[in-house]
Design a protein around this ligand. Structure first.
Ligand code: AMP
Ligand code: GLY
Length: 416
């Protein structure tokens, strides 16, 4: 199949690695990709956020499936533009992508569909925000309404900081004040063709920058899968109480969700609650979910893109434990230092059961040497028979990589 993958992160590198592992002779192109992706498949430097540019490219090159990795092209309407041309597209249209693009929209859909989530108040003034903060009490949860690249959510005991966060984001769209939910977090992905959903396998993400869940929220610093502590019937429960009603509601509103429904959940003492939806594969969870997938990915994505999931059995996953560690640049997430040389990637990939997925990597203009070009630079992934084995392989591999000022957490999957 001729497949175009949009995006440039380790998530997209994981998707491409999974497609290549099928050995089905797919012709894959990535746009724009990164240095690691470019070593695996052809890349093209087009603007992945421009609907007409992407649709034109896909038509001109007889692309049979477009897979949209990040949220920005979805929210920009790239999926609509490509689908209108009759090309199967894995990724929701602009309207359905509001499930990720607007927390207020997501709350409305959840309310309408009866999906369990935290109580929330949409504040339109600082006074309303403060009243909601006091009504819910500490710890305070304040969320920016729109896309904020992982910086929109503040969870704090500090009322002044909560008010300041609300004040800042009130000027840029809107703010939700939410009740604090206590419990372990689960990321569960669903393939959706607009009507039928199929679950993938659960993973856990580490959102905070520092060990022991300290420091600022990030896009994600590591992940593992599966979740041995999760009740066996949890996936069925989340399918029936979260994914199915959400997709049904969007279909009823004539905005069918075609693509990946990312359910961010907390297992509270009172039951499972949604904390967020995303409209695309999670990063870095994808890096641990896809290497465990035993069913060919291309067939699943194509079936979702063509409304054919009803006839597809649930995807199967290997029993292996998978761990991923994210290497971030110095200064991430506030102000990452870029342009520094990256070394040791081949040595890292030589560790048994380990591989390296690139994110913000590129070639130095003068020397051609591999350099870091952004915040989250790469993901090291390792599989093993146990979490102990997967972890020690992942850290052995990470230890072989050189990046001045590079940061990674040392406690990923330490207490599974
Ligand atoms: P989000 O961007 O909505 O995923 O939020 C980022 C992180 O903030 C989540 O992964 C949680 O760790 C935390 N968080 C978000 N909402 C809540 C909540 N209602 N209660 C507790 N923690 C939350
Ligand atoms: N890992 C969190 C996300 O992809 O949004």
């Amino acid at each position: 199949m001729k497949i175009l993958v949009l995006g440039s992160g380790a998530r997209e590198h994981a998707i491409i690695t999974s497609l290549l592992s099928e050995r089905a002779g797919h012709e894959i192109t990535a746009a724009p990709g990164n240095a690691g992706i470019a070593a695996d498949v052809p890349t093209v430097a087009l603007d992945a956020n421009d609907p007409e540019v992407v649709a034109g490219y896909a038509l001109d090159h007889d692309i049979e499936l477009v897979v949209i990795g990040p949220e920005a092209p979805l929210v920009a309407g790239v999926a609509d533009a490509v689908r209108t041309r009759g090309i199967p597209t894995f990724g929701p249209g602009q309207q359905a992508a509001q499930l990720e693009g607007s927390k207020a929209f997501a709350k409305r859909i959840m309310d309408a569909a009866g999906v369990p989530t935290g109580r929330a108040v949409q504040a339109t003034s600082l006074l309303e925000a403060e009243q909601a903060l006091d009504a819910f009490g500490a710890p305070y949860v304040v969320k920016a309404d729109g896309l904020a690249a992982g910086k929109g959510v503040l969870v704090t005991h500090d009322r002044e900081a909560a008010v300041a966060h609300a004040s800042r984001w009130l000027t840029q769209g809107g703010v939700l004040v939410e009740e604090f939910l206590e419990g372990k977090e689960v990321s569960l992905f669903f393939l959706s063709d607009g009507h039928t959903v199929l679950p993938l396998t659960p993973a856990q993400d580490y959102k905070r920058l520092g060990d022991g869940d300290t420091g600022p929220n990030t896009g994600g610093m590591g992940a593992y899968s599966p979740l041995p502590w999760l009740a066996e019937d949890a996936v069925d429960e989340i399918t029936a109480t979260v994914a199915e009603p959400t997709v049904r509601q969007l279909a009823e509103e004539q905005t069918p969700f075609i693509g990946l429904l990312y359910c961010g959940l907390i297992v509270t003492p009172k039951g499972i609650r949604v904390i967020e939806f995303n409209a695309r594969f999670g990063d870095p969870e994808t890096q641990v979910v896809l290497p465990r997938l035993a069913t060919p990915l291309s067939a699943l994505l194509f079936a979702a893109a063509t409304g054919a999931l009803a006839g597809v059995p649930r995807p199967e996953f290997r029993a292996d434990a998978a761990v991923t560690l994210v290497l971030a640049s110095e200064g991430y997430p506030e102000a990452p230092v870029t342009g520094r040389p990256l070394t040791g990637l081949d040595a890292a990939a030589a560790v048994e059961g380990a591989h390296v997925l690139h994110a913000a990597t590129g070639a130095d203009a003068a020397s051609g040497a591999l350099i870091a070009t952004g915040g989250r630079v790469l993901s090291v992934v390792a599989l093993g028979d146990s979490f102990g084995e997967a972890r020690s392989r992942a850290y052995e591999a990470m230890g072989r990589i050189g990046l001045e000022g590079g940061q990674y957490r040392t406690d990923i999957a330490a207490r599974v």
